[in-house]
Design a protein around this ligand. Structure first.
Ligand SMILES: NC(=O)c1ccc[n+]([C@@H]2O[C@H](COP(=O)([O-])OP(=O)(O)OC[C@H]3O[C@@H](n4cnc5c(N)ncnc54)[C@H](O)[C@@H]3O)[C@@H](O)[C@H]2O)c1
Length: 350
């Protein structure tokens, strides 16, 4: 099988989980023997077929380092689960733009090394897919890297909650040059949004009328700190829309990240509250807490996204890849039910 050549924009916790995951599952041959993955093989590709060929960051503890080392540098705090061999891929310095917010200015130490020419690095490394793993508050930087992918002729995956794949004008630009784009805001493997939607779906299928529900999160990664300052409202909008789509009627729904607790490290605690009525309007209530580790929660879905993007590239698909956006992202170009997203994706990869 040929390799899938990817470039990472942002060598933070998600990048760490992705690169460690490739090593963790490298020797695994049988789906039934390797837990934690939705698909060991997808489109014939194994996770070990994913190859990082370029990476960009701005932090002086990461820039200039081999990617295998940079992923363990502070302030990253994703757990170490695998040894990562030297890759000979060194982290390039990208432009800072709005990558650092007021709350993260003491957390990210900006390197004073010269900036790379990002489009040229992408072209020279022959990166087929650029994965945007910037902080959610880095709106301008996300757009700037999208532009670089377009210049270099690479496809683009937007893991952040900024609107790229779901924005008509960006999607059209990728369509015009014949390249696929996917996003926005990755759905976690066992994330609060998926759990919340599944619970609401189950209750409404059983005839329960949901009146009100909320979902609140606390996390300890630098992304949670950035969210607190810059993207709380954006995340609340994206998550609320996604959760609302699980109900066939209107209810009062609030879903969104709320706070940063440093000692949680890369852990995330999510609290759910649901109020409804079942038979003869008798009231019922659910109070629930989910504890996960943030970055590894993105790993399995990222593996699927990368391999499905390769399928899209091989099929010559351009613009937003709807089956992929609906399956793996909270804010696709159009919201769909979990069932139709699953069906679209299964048809797409078969
Ligand atoms: N489970 C998950 O972790 C998950 C799920 C859905 C979406 N996301 C999104 O993925 C993104 C990454 O999350 P994370 O936890 O890895 O974040 P992180 O804060 O750990 O990593 C972000 C990295 O980007 C770097 N950076 C900042 N500005 C830059 C610039 N201008 N150029 C290059 N690099 C720059 C930072 O130095 C840091 O290394 C976030 O937008 C988050 O919302 C994550």
């Amino acid at each position: 099988m040929s390799k899938i050549r990817i470039a990472l924009v942002g060598v933070g916790n998600c990048a760490s989980a992705l690169i460690q995951g490739i090593e963790y599952y490298r020797e695994c041959e049988r789906q039934e023997e390797c837990f934690g993955l939705r698909h060991l093989f997808l489109g014939g590709f194994h996770p070990r077929d994913i190859q990082v060929v370029a990476a960009f960051d701005i932090d002086n503890r990461k820039v200039g380092k081999d990617i295998s080392e940079a992923i363990f540098a502070q302030p990253n705090n994703a757990p170490k689960v695998a040894d990562t061999p030297s890759s000979n891929v060194f982290v390039h310095k990208g432009p800072v733009l709005d990558g650092v917010g007021e709350y993260t200015k003491n957390v990210i130490h900006v390197s004073d090394l010269p900036e790379a020419n990002v489009a040229t690095v992408l072209k020279e490394s022959d990166a087929e897919i650029v994965i945007n793993l910037l902080p959610s508050g880095a709106v301008k930087a996300s757009e700037w890297y999208t532009e670089q992918a377009l210049i270099a002729g690479s496809s683009f995956v937007n893991v952040t909650p900024n609107f790229i794949a779901s924005d008509d004008s960006w999607a059209k630009r990728f369509e015009t040059i014949g390249l696929p784009v996917a996003g926005d805001d990755l759905i976690d493997q066992v994330g609060s949004t998926t759990l919340h939607k599944t619970l609401l779906k189950l209750l409404s299928m059983n005839g329960v009328r949901i009146m009100q529900t909320y979902q609140l999160d606390v996390g300890g990664g630098s992304e949670s700190l950035d969210t607190l300052e810059r993207t709380k409202d954006l995340k609340r909008t994206v998550k609320t829309k996604s959760v609302e789509s699980a109900l066939p009627y209107k209810a009062e729904v609030v879903a969104g990240s709320t706070d940063y607790v440093d000692f949680l490290q890369n852990r995330r605690d999510s609290y759910f509250w649901i109020r409804g009525e079942h038979f003869c309007n008798i009231p019922m209530q659910i109070d629930l807490k989910l504890s996960t580790v943030d970055a590894p929660n993105a790993g399995s879905v990222l593996f699927d996204v990368i391999r499905a993007m390769k399928i899209a590239l091989d099929k010559g698909i351009s613009g937003s890849v709807m089956p992929l956006c609906a399956y793996a992202f909270k804010h696709p170009p159009q919201q769909t039910s979990i069932e139709s997203a699953e069906k679209m994706f299964a048809d797409f990869i078969s």
